[in-house]
Design a protein around this ligand. Structure first.
Ligand code: AMP
Length: 699
C-alpha cells in the first residue's frame, strides 16, 4: 500500500495509520472520502442588501469569505418580527423579536438556497423585521457553535388595506337594504372611503352599481324586490384600494301578495310611467343641485354613485394633492385630511425644537384600543391671529394628504381645545443637517445612499401627487432611529416665511437662494424640476456631512456664479456617480434634470452595485476658487441620454442602451464598466462604439 501525507487539516499520531483524524474545529461529512481534506462550517454571508417594495423585500448578499473548504454551500434565511427601537438600523438589545408568522412567503424558499438572493413577501406594513442569513455546508451540523449569520433589519412600507371581512345586514325592504361592516383588520393607513359594488346575482356582474361611502354603513336604494344580490366592499387608503371582501349575498323582500287584474293593468302602467317621470325629474334636479353644491363647497363629496352598464369600471383612482387654500373654509380642509385628536390622549414630555408658530415637543399619543406611540407635537402659541391659525393648520391639511414611508406622517390635530396642536410621528434623530454634522464621516457610502434613496422616494411620491415642495433642504428632512429619512416642512408661502435661509429676492418673494433653481429665483417657476435642483443640493449636503452649500459666499454671488455656469465641486471622497447625479440635477435647462423616479432608480442601482461607489470624483473638499466651471470641469456636460444615443452609429447599439435609466450620458460615462455591461448587455459585437477604455466622449 502506498503511503501519503494526511490531507489538509487532518493528522495522525502513528506512522502507517489507515485513518487521519480531523484537527479541532474541522470535520468530515458523511460520504467525504478519507483522502479529502477536513473542512469546517463557512463564515457568514457578506454585504446583505435589502430592497423594500411595500410589504415585500428582496434580500441580496455575497458569498461568505471562507467557504470552509467545501463547495456544498447553501443559505438559510430566518425571519423575525421585531418591536422596539433598533439603534442605527442594527438589531440591538432594546428590540424584542419573535419568529415571523407562518404565512410570510419566501421565494424560491427559506432554506437550502443555492443562490444569494431571496424574495420575502406578505409581510405586515410599517413593521420592523430582522432577517438572519446563514451559510451552511456539509459539516455545519457538526459545529452549531461555530455557525455565523449576517443580519439585516428593515421596516416595511405602506400597503393597501386588508379586505373587509365582516358585513352585516341591518334592514331589508322590498327595494332597499341597509348594511354595515367592520373596518379591515389591517387598514395600513387612514381609510379614505369604501367602494361598494353590487349586482343582481343572476346577471353575474354584467351590470353592476358602484357606491362610495365614507363610513362603515350604507343603504342601497332602488333595488328590485324579491331579488338576490351579491355585494363586495373594498377599502381605500392613500396606498390605493385593498382587496375586495368575499361576496356577500342578500335578498330584497317580496312584493305584497296582490295580483294586478287585466282591467287595472292600464291604470297601473300609467301610474308607473308617471312615477318614473317624476323620479327622473327629481334625479335630474338632484344632479343639477348636486353639481352646483359640489362646485361651491367641496371637491370630496361623501358619497358618489356611479353606474356601469357594461361592467367597465372608470373610477378616478389617481390621487392628486388638493391645495387647502382652494377651500372656502380652511377648517373644512383640516378636518377633511386630518384626524381630530382628543387632547387627553396626548402627553407632552419635553421641548425638542422651535417652530415658527410655537414650540415643538416630544410626547406620547395613546388612542383608545391602539398602542401608545412616540409623537412630535407642534403647538400654536397663544395670542395668534385667525390667519396664523389657518397657516399653522395648513401644514396639517397638506401633510394629512400624504401616506408614504419617506414623508413625515400626520397622526392628527387638536383644534377643538387649546393649545391648537399638530401631532406627527416622532423622528428620534431630528433634522438631517444637524444629524450629519454630529456624525461627521461616520457612515458608509451605502448608508448615505440609503438615506438619499429615501428622500428621493418621498419626493417622487410628492411629485406624483402634483405637490411642489419649494423648500427641499437637509434642514427640512427628519431622521428616525433607523436612519430612515422623511421629507417634512409642508406649507405654501408659509414654508418660506418660516425658513431662516429664505431671503427676499428683487421680485419681492422670499426664497432659500442656495437651494433653489435659477428659474425659480428669477421668475418663481417652482416645479418638480426645481425640486430636483434642490435635491441635488441636498445630495451635496449629505455627501459633505452637512456642510453649508457655497460656504460663506453671499446670496448675490451664488446667484451670479450659478448663472455663469459654475457649480459646487464634489464633496471629499464623493463617488463619481453621485457627483454626476448632482450635476444632472443642476442642469440649467430644467427639462434635462432627472425626474425623481429616475433618481430613485439610479440610487437603487448603486445600492445593488456597491462597488460602483468606490470610484470617487477627484476634488478636494474645498477648491481654491470655491466653485467648478462646468465647461472646464473633469466631468464634461454631454447633454441628455437621448442626444448621446442619437449620435450612435449602429442600431443594435442604440437598442442595447435603450430602457436603461441613467439620467444622462455623463452618468453613463462615469459608470463603471462592469455596471454598464451587466445592466445593458453590450458586447463589442452588438455595440462597436462602446469601448470602456476610450470613454464615451470619443463617440
Ligand atoms: P419645524 O417647525 O418643522 O421646522 O420644526 C422645528 C424643529 O423641531 C426641527 O428642526 C426638529 O428639530 C424638531 N422637529 C420637528 N418635527 C419633528 C419630529 N416629527 N420629530 C422630531 N423632531 C421634530
Amino acid at each position: 500500500m502506498e503511503c501519503s501525507k494526511c490531507p489538509p487539516h487532518s493528522f495522525s499520531h502513528h506512522e502507517g495509520s489507515l485513518h487521519c483524524g480531523c484537527e479541532k474545529n474541522y470535520f468530515r461529512a458523511e460520504g467525504d472520502p478519507a483522502s479529502m481534506a477536513c473542512t469546517r462550517p463557512p463564515s457568514a454571508p457578506r454585504n446583505v442588501i435589502s430592497s423594500i417594495n411595500e410589504t415585500s423585500v428582496i434580500l441580496d448578499w455575497s458569498w461568505p469569505e471562507d467557504a470552509g473548504g467545501r463547495r456544498d454551500i447553501t443559505f438559510t434565511v430566518l425571519c423575525k418580527r421585531c418591536r422596539g427601537v433598533a439603534a442605527n438600523g442594527s438589531n440591538s438589545g432594546t428590540q424584542r423579536c419573535e419568529p415571523c408568522r407562518s404565512n410570510v412567503r419566501f421565494l424560491p424558499r427559506a432554506a437550502g438556497l443555492h443562490n444569494t438572493t431571496v424574495t420575502v413577501g406578505d409581510l405586515l406594513a410599517h413593521t420592523n423585521y430582522t432577517f438572519e442569513i446563514e451559510a451552511l455546508n456539509g459539516v455545519s451540523s457538526f459545529a452549531p457553535k461555530m455557525r455565523q449569520y449576517a443580519a439585516v433589519t428593515i421596516t416595511t412600507n405602506q400597503a393597501a388595506p386588508s379586505p373587509v371581512t365582516v358585513i352585516r345586514k341591518e334592514k331589508t325592504s322590498r327595494n332597499s337594504v341597509s348594511l354595515s361592516w367592520q373596518e379591515p383588520e389591517r387598514p395600513n393607513g387612514i381609510i379614505l372611503d369604501y367602494e361598494i359594488k353590487y349586482y343582481e346575482k343572476e346577471e353575474q356582474e354584467t351590470s353592476y352599481t358602484i357606491l362610495r361611502a365614507r363610513g362603515c354603513n350604507v343603504t342601497l336604494n332602488g333595488l328590485k324586490s324579491n331579488t338576490a344580490y351579491l355585494l363586495q366592499i373594498r377599502a381605500r387608503t392613500a396606498a390605493g384600494y385593498g382587496a375586495s371582501s368575499p361576496s356577500f349575498q342578500f335578498e330584497t323582500s317580496p312584493d305584497s301578495a296582490f295580483s294586478i287584474s287585466s282591467e287595472s293593468s292600464q291604470v297601473v302602467l300609467i301610474a308607473i310611467s308617471s312615477a318614473v317621470a317624476i323620479i327622473l325629474l327629481t334625479v335630474l334636479l338632484y344632479i343639477l343641485i348636486g353639481r352646483f353644491c359640489c362646485r361651491s363647497k367641496s371637491k370630496h363629496p361623501d358619497e358618489k354613485r356611479l353606474h356601469f352598464g357594461n361592467g367597465h369600471l372608470r373610477l378616478p383612482g389617481i390621487r392628486t394633492y388638493v391645495d387647502p387654500h382652494t377651500y372656502e373654509d380652511p377648517s373644512q380642509a383640516v378636518h377633511e385630511f386630518a384626524k381630530e385628536l382628543d387632547a387627553s390622549c396626548i402627553a407632552i414630555d419635553k421641548v425638542v425644537g422651535a417652530g415658527e408658530f410655537g414650540e415643538v415637543c416630544s410626547g406620547r399619543l395613546k388612542l383608545p384600543s391602539k398602542k401608545e406611540i412616540c409623537v412630535a407635537i407642534k403647538t400654536l402659541k397663544g395670542g395668534y391671529t385667525d390667519k396664523q391659525r389657518r397657516d399653522f393648520l395648513a401644514e396639517a391639511s397638506i401633510m394629512g394628504q400624504f401616506d408614504h414611508p419617506n414623508i413625515i406622517r400626520l397622526e392628527g390635530v387638536v383644534t377643538r381645545s387649546k393649545p391648537v396642536m399638530i401631532v406627527t410621528e416622532y423622528m428620534e434623530n431630528g433634522s438631517l443637517d444637524s444629524f450629519l454634522r454630529k456624525h461627521d464621516a461616520q457612515f458608509t457610502g451605502i448608508q448615505l445612499v440609503g438615506m438619499l434613496r429615501g428622500i428621493a422616494s418621498g419626493m417622487k411620491y410628492l411629485s406624483d401627487m402634483g405637490y411642489v415642495h419649494r423648500d427641499l433642504a437637509a434642514r427640512n428632512i427628519l431622521v428616525n432611529s433607523n436612519l430612515v429619512c422623511k421629507v417634512s416642512d409642508f406649507g405654501l408661502s408659509r414654508v418660506l416665511e418660516d425658513d431662516p435661509e429664505a431671503a427676499y429676492t428683487t421680485r419681492g418673494g422670499k426664497i432659500p437662494i442656495r437651494w433653489t433653481a435659477p428659474e425659480a429665483i428669477a421668475y418663481r417657476k417652482f416645479t418638480s424640476a426645481s425640486d430636483a435642483w434642490s435635491y441635488g443640493i441636498v445630495l451635496w449636503e449629505v455627501m459633505s456631512y452637512g456642510e453649508r452649500p457655497y460656504w460663506e459666499m453671499s446670496n448675490q454671488d451664488v446667484i451670479k456664479a450659478v448663472d455663469e455656469g459654475y457649480r459646487l465641486p464634489p464633496p471629499m471622497d464623493c463617488p463619481a456617480t453621485l457627483y454626476q447625479l448632482m450635476l444632472d440635477c443642476w442642469q440649467k435647462e430644467r427639462n434635462n434634470r432627472p425626474k425623481f423616479e429616475q433618481i430613485v432608480s439610479i440610487l437603487d442601482k448603486l445600492i445593488r452595485n456597491p462597488g460602483s461607489l468606490k470610484i470617487t470624483a477627484n476634488t478636494t473638499s474645498r477648491p481654491a476658487n470655491l466653485l467648478l466651471d462646468r465647461s472646464s470641469s473633469e466631468v464634461p456636460s454631454m447633454g441628455t441620454m437621448g442626444d448621446w444615443m442619437d449620435g450612435m452609429r449602429t442600431l443594435p447599439c442604440k437598442e442595447a442602451f435603450s430602457g436603461v435609466s441613467y439620467s444622462s450620458c455623463d452618468t453613463l460615462a462615469k459608470t463603471s464598466t462592469e455596471v454598464v455591461l451587466t445592466e445593458v448587455h453590450v458586447t463589442p459585437a452588438t455595440c462597436p462604439e462602446w469601448e470602456p477604455s476610450m470613454g464615451i466622449t470619443t463617440l
